[in-house]
Design a protein around this ligand. Structure first.
Ligand code: NAD
Ligand code: 6OD
Length: 486
């Protein structure tokens, strides 16, 4: 049987590129598909197609017409749910139980919510007095920004890509998507759904490849791209900003994190353990919002550590289809090497390894997969690299603390500012501490509870800008003021 092929999607049709690269299964490292790598020719063709579509039918549609089509896109994802689930889990190795609750439903929801939202957001208007007494009326118009470059990571591929494509299209833009080289499948499959839903050719384009000297760089160096929205590592975000600087091109950057959780002694420990289990280990720890630093008030420190250890050791590691499995492999052997290098560093620095710290036992057929053990450390200082650098694996360090001021200072002592979780039953304390956290997102007694109308994004080196609700409209539209002299 010939190897599966994953193609670029340009101007409504599937196309090859300048060559091919391998897509491997993270569970066993076997190559299962060949991906068409877009060269400059294909990327430029995608941008040109997006520009034509903007001037053509898409740009001329009413908001209601576009919204109706985007609802069909969402329905198309839902109708082909099993295909999306299969593709996402094959690319990432994540459990189907996880992707069927989060990745795929959110992929559909991201189209519906923004299609509905754009219909209901007003723009401002002002009546101006003029010396002749007749006055003038000002009103603001929202216009699409144009061709949007969408560059995505591999951890929640469909969810994070549609989180940008949904609002971009709802606002009347067209897009060229560069999915991660690790996870090309669902972005490519979405092309079929776009065609079935009646999205005109050129509105949604997908180019596969890598970053430097590949599709990512060809996209960010194309002068006809009007804005770039990016999710990924902070270092890559800096390269993308630089690439657009000469064009004065707007960027929205959703970047890395080193997120704290703060557990006060008055927390409901059942809730705090359940939430921290998810925030540290869900998706094999590959969630930008995930907790890697846990601060626990001293009276409950030992109990918390013991209970989180029990929880981590009860996780069932397995392939996406394995019944009961709730933790898959990391996305690749390359990422496994990075995470394991931190496991070794923690040991070398003298951390107490509460649990994990290595590669789990797996059946021989999976021995080449990117598996790592869920890992908990204690005993390191706040200046340790384990406490300062984003690891992006199923691991966390737990430290004791003694008072509120101390823990606020320690939690904020990081170059990142994406998310934090506060666990306490004292609501005054919760609100007081939340207001002092230097993060774009604060969860109280919860984690990754998402209302898509709210602002989402990071402070400090975790990003620039906010997406979500009306904040997405701020990025994906240009406001023009019209001043009418009466
Ligand atoms: P990455 O930065 O390595 O890659 C992201 C994308 O950028 C990929 O498609 C890659 O091919 C492309 N890319 C790389 N170099 C490029 C360049 N020079 N020009 C253009 N494109 C380039 O990130 P990753 O490893 O895929 O994802 C993990 C990272 O993403 C973590 O740091 C995580 O915290 C972050 N993340 C952040 C959020 C958020 O919302 N803040 C969400 C998810 C992931
Ligand atoms: O829920 C979202 O909209 C979102 N952008 C989640 C990001 C998760 C990071 O890994």
């Amino acid at each position: 049987m010939s190897m599966a092929k994953i193609l670029n999607f340009i101007d409504g049709t599937y196309r090859e590129g300048k060559g091919w690269f391998d897509k491997r299964n993270p569970c066993n490292n076997e190559v299962f598909a060949q991906v068409a790598e877009a060269g400059k020719t294909e990327v430029d063709a995608a941008v040109a197609a997006a520009r034509r579509a903007l001037r053509g039918p898409w740009g001329k549609m009413t908001v209601a017409e576009r919204g109706a089509i985007l609802h069909k896109v969402a329905d198309g994802i839902t109708r082909r749910f099993d295909e999306f689930l299969e593709a996402e889990c094959r690319d990432t190795g994540k459990p189907k139980s996880l992707a069927s609750h989060i990745d795929i439903p959110r992929g559909a929801a991201n189209f519906k919510i923004f299609a509905d939202l754009v219909k209901n957001v007003p723009t401002e208007s002002f009546v101006l007095d003029t010396p002749d007494g007749a006055g003038a009326v000002n009103y603001a118009l929202r216009r699409p920004k144009g061709v949007i470059g969408v560059i995505c990571p591999w951890n929640l591929p469909l969810l994070l890509m549609t989180w940008k494509v949904g609002p971009a299209l709802a606002c009347g833009n067209t897009v060229v998507v560069k999915p991660s080289e690790e996870t090309p499948s669902t972005a490519a499959l979405l092309g079929e759904v776009m065609n079935e839903a009646g999205v005109p050719p050129g509105v949604y384009n997908v180019v596969h490849g890598f970053g430097p000297d590949s599709a990512g760089e060809f996209l960010t160096s194309n002068p006809d791209v009007n804005a770039v929205t990016f999710t990924g590592e902070t270092r890559t975000g800096a390269a993308i900003m630089k690439a657009g600087a000469g064009f004065i091109r707007p960027v929205s950057l959703e970047l890395g994190g080193k997120n704290p959780a703060i557990v006060f002694a008055d927390a409901d420990l059942d809730k705090a353990i359940e939430g921290t289990m998810r925030s540290a280990f869900a998706n094999c720890g590959q969630v930008c919002l995930g907790t890697e630093r846990v601060y626990v008030e001293r009276p409950v420190f030992d109990e918390f550590v013991a209970r989180l250890k029990t929880g981590a050791e009860a996780l069932v590691i397995g392939t996406p289809d394995e019944p009961g499995a709730n933790m898959g492999p990391l996305v690749s052997r390359e990422h496994q090497a990075k995470v394991l290098s931190y496991y070794e560093k923690a040991q070398a620095l003298g951390a107490t390894i509460v649990t994990g710290g290595g590669i789990p036992m797996v059946p021989a057929a999976l021995a080449e997969g990117a598996w790592v053990e869920p890992t908990i450390w204690t005993g390191l200082g706040d200046d340790s690299p384990i406490m300062r650098e984003e690891i992006f694996g199923p691991c966390c360090h737990i430290s004791p603390f003694d008072d509120e001021e101390e823990v606020i200072a320690r939690a904020n002592d990081t170059e990142y500012g994406l998310a934090c979780a506060i666990w306490t039953e004292n609501s005054s304390r919760a609100n007081r501490v939340a207001a002092r956290m230097e993060t774009g997102l604060v969860w109280v007694n919860s984690w990754f509870l998402r209302d898509l109308r709210t602002p989402f994004g990071g402070s400090k080196r975790s990003g620039i800008g906010r997406e979500g609700g009306v904040h997405s409209l701020e990025f994906y539209t240009e406001l023009s003021n019209v001043c009418v002299k009466l």
